[in-house]
Ligand binder design. Structure first.
Ligand code: HMG
Length: 387
């Protein structure tokens, strides 16, 4: 059988953040509730000239620079913060990256889950066409109503993955455990900018979906708990990953070793929820922050999207993977960020909306190569500042 999986992966997050200590002070909340209770430190904040498209292009750029565009004939864009009801966000990214015109483009949606079916579809496709590659992008801005319980779990980021029959990082296993149920734990009707959610209920359904998907994974011939060196979870906030890991270990009647999940949480703690990108940010964090050599080791992944669908699957780390990471680039992105005041956060939170074709021009805030210059006549104007 042809091996398929992730040839390379990279992430991007905007250069500004608000510290949860600042939010806690402003709202008179014990900062430990955020740092320990939900396990988060920072919320990444896009400028008004940044969105899912610019973050996606920034995330994918290093992959294109290192591996080229040859063979890429499909872009799968996963998001739950879509910018258009019709046009796929990946089409803008396709142009910004200079991808070949003979390429298919489509957007996928199922809350935080949709990058996982994108990855699975891409693996199936390159198994049939091993000369081709698929660019899978997950990009989201997690924004909740201010002063709601979700506010502290906001964030923003994108992950880009090159999927091929030459997986230099991770081979994706063929077995998946699946679970879906029709529930209202978190949803965003078309007329709303921010989601509606039942926070506590959502955490319980997440844990239930994990166990149901894990059971299905086992029944389909998946690996045993003991076969895994690391676990990555969808991370709406890192404490959720801790709860998930504890829950899974208990269900598998295994001794709890939190070190198996902690390396995956480091980036999320300082980025916040990035919805579709979150579990893949955890995967990058695992590869880049695990102290031991993971060659040949298995990683268990649990992807969850409210509404709800969960999937448990596995990945095996490929020999020489270290040479294909972007660790320094990623750490520079995180280290070069700047904190903003509460007042600036409020201003950034309120993204301007162009009403009825009105013209909006955005100041240069983005530090990256790509930006949303404005909106005019209902059209979003994306620019490559180096073109
Ligand atoms: P809350 O209700 O404000 O917090 O928000 P809480 O009172 O439950 O406290 C949280 C934890 O902090 C608790 O620990 C407290 O004990 C602890 P736990 O009982 O969980 O072990 N705590 C403290 N710890 C130390 N020092 C203190 C202190 N005070 C309290 N002083 C909630 C929590 C998750 C409800 C909220 O963040 C929320 O509504 N988030 C949004 C929804 C969400 O993220 N759900 C997660 C599962 S669904 C999912 O992952 C999908 C999603 O990503 C979207 C998608 O798929 O599209 C959201």
């Amino acid at each position: 059988m042809i091996k398929t999986g992730i040839e390379a992966m990279s992430f991007y997050t905007p250069h500004r953040y608000i510290s949860l200590a600042t939010l806690a002070e402003k709202h008179g909340i014990d900062p430990e509730k955020f740092s320990r209770g939900i396990g988060q430190e920072k919320i990444a904040l896009p400028g008004h000239d940044e969105d899912i498209v610019t973050m996606a292009a920034e995330a994918a750029r290093p992959l294109i620079d290192r591996y080229g565009t040859e063979g890429i004939d499909t872009v799968l864009f996963a998001t739950e913060t879509g910018i258009d009801q019709s046009k796929a966000a990946g089409i803008y990214v396709h142009r910004l990256l200079g991808l070949p015109a003979n390429c298919r483009n489509v957007e996928l949606k199922q809350a935080c889950y949709s990058a996982t079916p994108a990855l699975q579809l891409a693996c199936s496709y390159v198994a049939r066409r091993p000369d081709r590659k698929v660019l899978v992008i997950a990009s989201d801005v997690a924004r909740y109503d201010r002063e709601s319980s979700g506010e502290a779990t906001q964030g923003a980021g994108a992950v880009a993955m090159l999927i091929s029959a030459d997986p230099k990082l991770l081979e994706i296993g063929a077995v998946s455990g699946l679970f879906s149920e029709d529930i209202m734990d978190f949803w965003r009707p078309n007329h709303r900018r921010t989601p509606l959610f039942d926070g506590k209920f959502s955490t319980l359904r997440y844990l239930n979906a994990l166990i149901e998907a894990w059971r299905d994974y086992g029944e389909n011939g998946g690996k045993a708990y003991e076969d895994f060196a690391r676990f990555c979870y969808h991370l709406p906030f890192s404490r959720m990953g801790e709860k998930a890991h504890r829950h899974l270990a208990k269900s598998a009647k295994a001794a709890l070793d939190m070190e198996m999940a902690l390396p995956g949480m480091l980036y999320n703690r300082v980025v916040g929820n990035s919805y579709t990108a979150s579990i893949y940010l955890a995967l990058i964090s695992t590869l880049e922050n695990s102290e031991d050599d993971l060659t040949g080791k298995s990683i268990g992944l649990f992807s969850y999207g409210s509404g709800a669908t969960g999937e448990f699957f596995d990945a095996t780390v490929v020999s020489g993977y270290q040479e294909h990471l972007f660790t320094q680039h990623h750490q520079a992105i995180l280290e070069d960020r700047v904190p903003v005041s509460y007042e600036d956060y409020v201003e950034l939170w309120g993204t301007p909306v162009a009403k009825d074709g009105e013209e909006l021009t955005f100041e240069v805030e983005a530090r990256g190569r790509y930006r949303l210059a404005g909106i005019n006549d209902h059209k979003r104007i994306y620019v490559d500042t180096r073109a």
